[in-house]
Design a protein. Structure first.
Length: 296
């Protein structure tokens, strides 16, 4: 294998991701047979996954922070085998919990599903920042190129699959649909909804603990527990990525930053693809309309 280096083009990013997960590892995770109480956190990339992992884990443990990285205690089910994590092993508390970036139509059936979505423009910007300095060299790939040729053109198509699948199951009793933006607006109310869905008695003390420990300030203070270092340790070498990259899944969490950093042309392209992928099949005209539908 050649000396590890970060990508400097979209094609190099795609080449590196060819080895990010094995087909055997993914199949092993997706063959998992859930118990009815198992909780699956189902999200497109950069849509509050880690945040929800922390909320779920805090609710079931009364705020335990006894883990080296959140993925250790709330495994990424389709990646767990490749990361050396046994999904069949007893977890530190009940209910058992997993995260997945598979959509609701592809995740193992039979459990309970917390589906979190986010404005795709903000999700794309967050993913760009997450990859920069880890997967690709800083400054080597313009944001517009990443948006068009990676997020919208290839990887991001999975985002639309998530929206389609959630729309079809949004009223199912085993699905709790949430929007990232509403979590930001009302974290306390979100914790109440998640606790009820998980069938956990939420006393005042537990609610205070979980709200405080899922605040961005708290999670930033414990950043190493949310920085994906298990993923980097197990997957960097096979993807030919240097080991000195640093990532963080806890940023500022701001809503609407894409309006500042993303060009109008790219914003318009997102709107066009939304119409093509979502409006044409569901009638939902925009992400804001989706958000209104899921809240009501």
């Amino acid at each position: 294998m050649t000396e590890p280096k970060r990508a400097t083009s979209i094609s190099e990013i795609l080449t590196k991701f060819e080895n990010f997960r094995t087909s055997e590892g993914e199949a092993h995770g997706l063959a998992y047979q859930p118990d009815p109480t198992d909780i699956f956190i189902v999200t497109p990339a950069k849509c509050g996954t880690t945040w929800m992992q922390q909320i779920v884990h805090g609710l079931r443990t009364r705020g335990s922070m006894e883990f080296d990285e959140i993925t250790r205690v709330v495994p990424w089910i389709e990646m767990a085998k490749d990361m050396g994590i046994d999904i069949h092993k007893s977890q530190v508390a009940d209910p058992r919990a997993f995260k997945t970036h598979k959509d609701l139509d592809k995740v193992p059936r039979g459990g309970k599903y917390i589906s979190v979505v986010r404005d795709p423009k903000d999700a794309m910007l967050s993913l760009y920042r997450f990859f920069e300095g880890w997967i690709f060299e800083k400054g080597s790939i313009p944001l517009e190129e990443f948006a068009l040729n990676f997020y919208i053109g290839t990887d991001g198509r999975g985002y639309w699959d998530h929206i389609q699948a959630l729309w079809g199951r949004r009223n199912d009793h085993d699905v709790l649909p949430l929007c990232y933006e509403n979590m930001k607006q009302d974290l306390s109310g979100t914790v109440e909804k998640v606790a009820e869905f998980m069938e956990i008695d939420l006393d005042d003390e537990l609610k205070e603990i979980v709200v405080r420990q899922s605040d961005f300030k708290f999670m930033n203070e414990y950043n190493h527990k949310f920085d994906d270092h298990i993923v980097r340790f197990t997957r960097n070498a096979v993807c030919n990525i240097p080991s000195d990259g640093v990532t963080s899944k806890v940023k500022n969490g701001n809503v609407g930053e894409s309006k500042i950093y993303v060009s109008k042309e790219i914003m318009d392209e997102f709107d066009r693809v939304w119409q093509e992928e979502i409006t044409a099949t569901t009638g939902v005209k925009s992400y804001e309309d989706l958000r209104n539908e899921l809240v009501n």
